[in-house]
Design a protein around this ligand. Sequence first.
Ligand SMILES: CCCCC/C=C/C(=O)SCCNC(=O)CCNC(=O)[C@H](O)C(C)(C)COP(=O)(O)OP(=O)(O)OC[C@H]1O[C@@H](n2cnc3c(N)ncnc32)[C@H](O)[C@@H]1OP(=O)(O)O
Ligand code: NDP
Length: 213
Amino acid sequence: MASTLKLHGRIDFLVNNGGGQFSSPANMMSAKGWKAVIDTNLNGTFLCCREAYNAWMKDHGGVIVNIIADMWKGFPGMAHTGAARAAVDNLTKSLAIEWAHSGVRINSVAPGTIISKTAMENYKEYGPTLFKMSVPFSPAKRLGVPEEISPAVCFLLSPAANYITGATLKVDAGQSLYHSIWEIPEHDAWPEAPEGENTDVLREIMDKTKSKL
Ligand SMILES: CCCCC/C=C/C(=O)SCCNC(=O)CCNC(=O)[C@H](O)C(C)(C)COP(=O)(O)OP(=O)(O)OC[C@H]1O[C@@H](n2cnc3c(N)ncnc32)[C@H](O)[C@@H]1OP(=O)(O)O
Ligand SMILES: NC(=O)C1=CN([C@@H]2O[C@H](COP(=O)(O)OP(=O)(O)OC[C@H]3O[C@@H](n4cnc5c(N)ncnc54)[C@H](OP(=O)(O)O)[C@@H]3O)[C@@H](O)[C@H]2O)C=CC1
């Protein structure tokens, strides 16, 4: 913040875009890996917001946009980033209220699955498969590109959004409303429903379905 102020003399905008994660089932994540993702996505965002505010925006106003993710149905396979991005969604709301009196607006953008060379490279040899696998889960039946996210960010930074703060704009072609990419294997581990006539009906329809299969 100090070097930006020295160079430009002001900080009108902050976009917390740097971030990411690795893919792993939650039970296989080390404490260090969990912490690295929380540090990058949640703690990094908080510290950048705090520094921009204290160094400039507190006395002069400004606009902040936080980039989060489609974690609205949880984020199985990337639980660390889901937790961090949901926390940033909530942080955005707290700061919108705390800093309103300084003329600071702060909003989030939640992208769907967005393809770029650099994003794909993070997942090494699995990148192309991982991103291709996501296509059927987009109502658009294609992935987005960064050029479809940046206009939303520019809008929120601009005077056209002067009356918007504490909001999260989903830019995901409806992906968050559609079904999850995570497959739950067939299992019979769930606790039995309590005995009674409704459970009898449940067993009956399940038996009928089975016999038709
Ligand atoms: C198609 C599905 C898309 C889903 C939608 C989301 C897409 C995107 O977000 S695209 C953006 C793509 N960009 C990234 O994901 C950036 C990836 N990199 C990072 O965010 C960071 O490098 C980091 C948070 C993963 C790690 O940060 P850093 O502080 O630099 O920490 P280290 O590299 O030293 O790692 C610390 C620790 O973390 C564990 N770990 C790191 N990478 C992996 C991995 N690939 N697999 C398993 N575990 C990993 C590990 O425990 C590391 O410690 P050491 O074991 O001592 O190395
Ligand atoms: N692509 C997608 O499908 C989605 C992306 N997002 C999020 O959007 C943002 C931009 O991602 P995208 O452009 O797709 O991917 P990129 O991998 O191209 O960009 C990620 C950026 O984050 C920076 N970064 C990663 N870890 C750290 C760290 N520990 N400290 C500082 N900077 C870091 C990287 O820096 P460097 O180049 O130096 O490594 C890179 O510039 C990220 O927060 C991402 O998680 C959210 C939802 C979906």
